[in-house]
Design a protein around this ligand. Structure first.
Ligand SMILES: [Zn+2]
Length: 344
């Protein structure tokens, strides 16, 4: 039984009359998480996980009609049983489990299986058909232990502080920034934030995530109070007037893309830290195996490579198109410009 089909607005469940992560406005959207390539504006109603409600509401605005569901608790949409299960990607990120007539489908959204203190850990869900992301679905992507990466980040910050430089650390404002903040050793110096990061960080704290103290960088006006600081900002702030206000600095970007030679050189960065909120190649394959699924739909990323690899191993695999490929910078241009224009 086909529980989902691809339409021009995204994955649609006809039996339950809902879309999963549609990319155009629909009546009922089940949303895996609040990143822009999964949560689209203008839907009549949204269903998301209880821990993800705050960040989704921040993204969509106060007028969005959002219903939330605790992880693991089923609801019926026109007789189709829908439940949400942790995806371990960012706060509230969920896999959508859809069951009707004994058939089970799971849509992963973005996910990672590594532990992350800022969100509920990924949970494998058994199903017949698994719709998986493949953002880093190439054998070249293998993440080093995150403890090593955080040790490098803190050593870099400590060295910059000793040299009288500000550390500018770039990462997506929702999810990556909070995971970075959680791993920073705040005995080194103050942790300052870009406004977009500070807003999301406040939503994390509201949801009960414990994080070291942060201050919106624009509220710290005295140079002396910025001594030895690290500033966590979205990638869009790199090279901006906003970034230049911090004086002598060292710049780094934290992303899975830093695993590839050249990615750092294309941006004017001193350092690149390979920290991703997606599964790497071995974790992707292990996660697919753990579902026990016979049918796999591969989306969001290196779909052709992953599909071929699965087919060669006996899976019934197919690539499914998406409107967006990979992660995009996640701060709306207007918001970035407003912060940039604030006088130093
Ligand atoms: Zn995402």
């Amino acid at each position: 039984m086909t529980l989902l089909r691809l339409t021009d607005r995204g994955l649609y469940c006809e039996a339950g009359d809902f879309f999963v992560d549609p990319w155009a406005p629909v009546d009922r959207a089940v949303v895996t998480h609040a990143h822009g390539d999964h949560a689209t504006w203008g839907c009549r109603s949204y269903l998301t996980s209880a821990p993800g409600r705050g960040v989704l509401s921040l993204r969509l605005g106060p007028d969005a009609s959002i219903t939330s569901l605790p992880f693991g608790e089923p609801t019926l949409l026109q007789g189709v049983r829908v439940s949400l299960h942790p995806a371990g990607h960012i706060l509230g990120s969920a896999q959508v489990r859809i069951e009707a007539a004994g058939e089970v489908w799971v849509v992963s959204g973005d996910y990672k299986t590594e532990p992350d203190p800022t969100c509920t850990p990924f949970e494998p869900v058994r199903c017949h058909t698994f719709v998986t992301e493949s953002t880093f679905g190439l054998p070249v992507y293998r993440w080093p232990p995150q403890s090593d990466t955080f040790a490098e980040i803190n050593a870099w910050w400590r060295a910059n502080a000793a040299a009288g430089k500000t550390s500018l650390l770039y990462g997506y404002a929702l999810g990556k920034a909070q995971r970075l903040i959680a791993g920073l050793d705040h005995s080194i110096g103050p942790i300052l934030t870009h406004g977009a990061v500070e807003r999301m960080t406040a939503a994390y704290r509201d949801a009960g995530v414990s994080l070291p103290p942060t201050t919106h960088a624009l509220l710290v006006t005295r140079k002396a109070d910025r001594q030895g600081a690290i500033v966590v900002a979205p990638p869009s702030a790199e090279g901006s007037t906003w970034a230049r206000r911090f004086g002598p600095s060292s710049n780094a970007f934290a992303s899975g893309w830093m695993r590839v030679r050249g990615a750092r050189r294309r941006r004017a960065l001193d350092r690149g830290f390979p920290l991703s909120d997606h599964v790497d190649w071995p974790a992707l394959l292990a996660a697919i195996e753990a579902t026990g699924a016979e049918h796999v739909w591969v989306t969001h990323g290196f779909t052709a490579v992953v599909t071929r690899w699965l087919q060669e191993r006996g899976f019934d695999a197919r690539a499914v198109a998406t409107r967006f490929e990979g992660e995009r910078d996640d701060v709306p241009a207007a918001e970035a410009a407003a912060e940039d224009a604030t006088p130093a």
